[in-house]
Design a protein around this ligand. Structure first.
Ligand SMILES: NC(=O)c1ccc[n+]([C@@H]2O[C@H](COP(=O)([O-])OP(=O)(O)OC[C@H]3O[C@@H](n4cnc5c(N)ncnc54)[C@H](O)[C@@H]3O)[C@@H](O)[C@H]2O)c1
Length: 265
């Protein structure tokens, strides 16, 4: 039993000990959960977000539990900010072992012809272009070391259509396409690149109570079409994400892993 793990925790070893792990969107939801989980397994966590307050809270929780972490404020839709973030990581730690490109936003529901140009541009800039900016520079660094691991948070909306969410669905299909393409390009360079495709997980982005207020009855409808008849906890997404980064998935690359209670089955 590893003495560093809390009592009752069945994991036997800290496989991410001293790995430098970047997580974008670490102020909330799945990113925050991932930051805490990697820190618990010994990683040096670099949490990044535009939300400084939430980022500071993530950092505080990690440090209070004895973990190692820093926070860098960066907007993934701004190439200069992404470049400064990667440069800071390399200058402080000398390497980047794992990158979780997770920052993302949703859009207000609207059919395609009613979707504004502003919604389209904003969602694509964060969800698609942001992932491209991050991957481009992360891969540059990983090629200079002995490889690395990247997980991009896509969505089941990157695997199938999502009515009233044309920008979101398009942006997440792009993430899946980028993931598969880059995975093939760098497989021989010891860089594994996969996508996590969550469905309805209770976070800041998907809050069933808020959805109920905007669209009465919709949360229940979503539960009814999910074979497991429930929403996911953010931790269930984090567990799958950690597996994609782990020594238990060393032959897995280019996968878009649906963690969706059977929704896309
Ligand atoms: N929750 C779900 O049901 C669900 C389903 C499918 C996919 N996802 C995806 O999971 C990822 C994480 O979302 P979540 O559910 O944890 O939501 P969340 O809102 O709790 O977390 C997203 C984080 O991204 C940050 N962010 C937003 N724009 C940013 C930017 N331009 N630069 C840097 N950070 C930015 C936010 O501040 C926030 O902290 C997203 O990519 C989302 O699309 C979530």
């Amino acid at each position: 039993m590893n003495p560093n793990l809390p009592k009752g925790d069945k994991r036997k070893y800290m496989q991410f000990k001293d790995k430098v792990v970047l997580i974008t969107g670490a102020a909330s939801g799945i990113g925050r959960g991932a930051a805490l989980a990697f820190a618990k397994q010994g990683a040096i966590v670099v949490g990044s977000d535009i939300n400084e307050k939430g980022g500071a809270a993530t950092l505080e929780t990690i440090k209070a539990a004895g973990g190692k972490a820093i926070f860098i404020k960066a907007n993934v839709a701004d190439f200069t900010e992404v470049k400064n973030m990667i440069d800071q990581i390399v200058s402080e730690f000398g390497r980047l072992d794992i990158a979780i490109n997770n920052a993302g936003i949703g859009n207000l529901p609207a059919r395609t012809n009613k979707t504004t140009l502003e919604t389209w541009d904003t969602v694509m800039a964060v969800n698609s272009t942001g992932v491209f900016y991050c991957m481009k520079l992360e891969i540059d660094q990983m090629l200079q070391q002995d490889g690395g691991i990247i997980v991009n948070t896509a969505s089941v909306a990157g695997l199938r259509g999502l009515p009233n969410n044309v920008a979101y669905s398009a942006s997440k299909h792009a993430v899946v396409g980028m993931t598969k393409t880059a995975a093939m390009e760098y497989a021989r360079n010891n860089i594994r690149i996969n996508a996590l495709c969550p469905a309805f997980s209770v976070t800041g982005l998907f809050d069933p109570e808020m959805v109920e207020q905007v669209s009465p009855g919709l949360p229940q409808k979503l539960i009814n079409v999910t074979p497991m008849r429930r929403f996911a906890k953010a931790e269930e997404q984090v567990d799958a994400l950690m597996w994609l980064c782990s020594e238990q998935s060393t032959y897995v690359t280019g996968l878009a892993l649906a963690v969706d209670g059977g929704l896309t089955a």
